[in-house]
Design a protein around this ligand. Structure first.
Ligand code: MLT
Length: 404
């Protein structure tokens, strides 16, 4: 008789954004006359940049002729895209990354979930709390997190590093040394970012403890402050202890188009084994590459027009972030994030539970946000709004919140 992976049965509830989606769908069904505004899931609303669309059209035409048709993509991704990444994301910041240290994928969510494949079940992971749920859930599915303790809303074998207003959302080094450390910077969900010195401490700590940092830099394009690093490889020694994940979803609106990449330096070794070669092996066996058309679209993000157009999109979203921060502060909310990231993290009023505030906002203002406790126990009493809405909807949502 076949057996299932019983680790799945340990997972509490459904994926956070599926739970929210179901709640919103049920509200809409019962209130068909209400216009609901979503500032919940971090999904973009602005169309792809014209330079990206042009590149896609051109690539589609190429696929129509035998001479320019493309079948399977190369294992690591097309060289034209990896070269653009090396040049624009790394060399321009003084970081040298080799072409075969870049693995093109269909997004940072898949990569951050799949990376567990190459690590042993014996590793102990450390996560910031609150945390993007994919890191913990994917480790739980692989049986690496122990048991779920419902009363504590934690896994027994995970090190949680609280990030709250009390520590300015900068995690303290844990007492017990982890093997794998997940850091998302700029952070989803808190919208805050580590300064270079703070990140350097983590890099030093990882090297001293022979730990690996899985660094999710999906929101790097939103950094506006000088001393916030865009890549972990700007820190000394990071190549021997870090893996970096990037996405085209947030910097260029590819949430529906799907494209991302992971950087694994060849210096990252576990004893005699190169982690890069393990991921290459996994990639070759389990993945057939992002489509040619989409990789050409990704390349166009790095063209002069593409850069200018995507910069405008980011400015548009960051203007929403500024509006949300300003309006909520004027209403008396404690507000964080939104300066180096498209997320605004606020304290719920009068110590309300995160899910109670979610219900209040949905029912009375018809606005959807994300309850902080959905990202981990230290998120209780907080709430996340995204700046990815349209400017009109963002303003409308703020008016409605004001009149609560
Ligand atoms: C979020 O809302 O946290 C993001 O959309 C999740 C993601 O990028 O997968």
């Amino acid at each position: 008789m076949f057996k299932i992976n019983e680790n799945f049965l340990k997972l509490p509830g459904s994926y956070l954004f599926s739970t929210i989606g179901k709640k919103v769908a049920s509200f809409k069904e019962n209130n068909p006359d209400k216009e609901v505004i979503s500032l919940g899931i971090g999904d973009v609303t602005q169309p792809l940049a014209p330079a990206v669309i042009d590149a896609m059209h051109k690539a589609v035409d190429e696929m129509s002729k035998a001479e320019t048709f493309h079948g399977y993509a190369p294992d690591l991704g097309y060289e034209f895209l990896r070269k653009a990444i090396v040049e624009n994301d790394y060399r321009s910041r003084g970081v040298e990354i080799a072409l075969d240290e870049i693995f093109i994928s269909d997004g940072a969510k898949s990569d951050s979930g799949n990376i567990v494949d190459i690590f042993s079940c014996d590793n102990k992971i450390a996560v910031t709390d609150p945390v993007y749920p994919v890191y913990v859930d994917s480790n739980a599915m692989a049986g690496k997190t122990g048991d779920y303790l419902p009363d504590q809303e934690r896994w027994s074998n995970v090190i949680y590093m609280p990030c709250t207003a009390e520590n300015d959302f900068v995690p303290d080094l844990p007492e017990e040394a982890p093997d794998i450390i997940y850091i998302c910077c700029p952070n989803n969900p808190t919208g805050t970012a580590l300064k270079k010195d703070d990140l350097q401490k983590w890099v030093n700590y990882a090297n001293e403890n022979k730990a690996v940092i899985i660094y999710d830099a999906a929101y790097e394009a939103y950094i506006s402050e000088e001393d916030v690093p865009h890549s972990i490889f700007e820190c000394d020694g990071a190549k021997t202890c870090a893996i970096e994940m990037r996405s085209f979803s947030k910097n260029a609106g590819f949430t529906g188009t799907r494209l991302g990449f992971t950087v694994i330096p060849k210096e990252l070794m576990c004893g005699e084994t190169s982690v890069n070669s393990l991921w290459a092996r996994r990639h070759g066996t389990k993945f057939n590459g992002a489509p040619y058309i989409i990789q050409r679209a990704g390349e166009a993000v790095y063209s002069d027009e593409g850069k200018a157009q995507t910069r405008e999109q980011i400015a548009y979203y960051m203007n929403n972030a500024k509006e949300i921060r300003g309006a909520l502060s004027d209403m008396g909310y404690d507000v964080y994030g939104g300066v180096n990231a498209p997320y605004i993290w606020l304290k719920t009023p009068d110590g309300m539970k995160s899910w109670d505030f979610f219900d209040l906002l949905l029912e009375k203002a018809n606005v959807v946000g994300t309850p902080g406790s959905g990202f981990g126990p230290s998120g209780e009493g907080y709430f996340r709004l995204t700046a990815f809405g349209s400017s009109e909807n963002t303003k409308k949502a703020l008016e409605r919140i004001k009149s609560l």
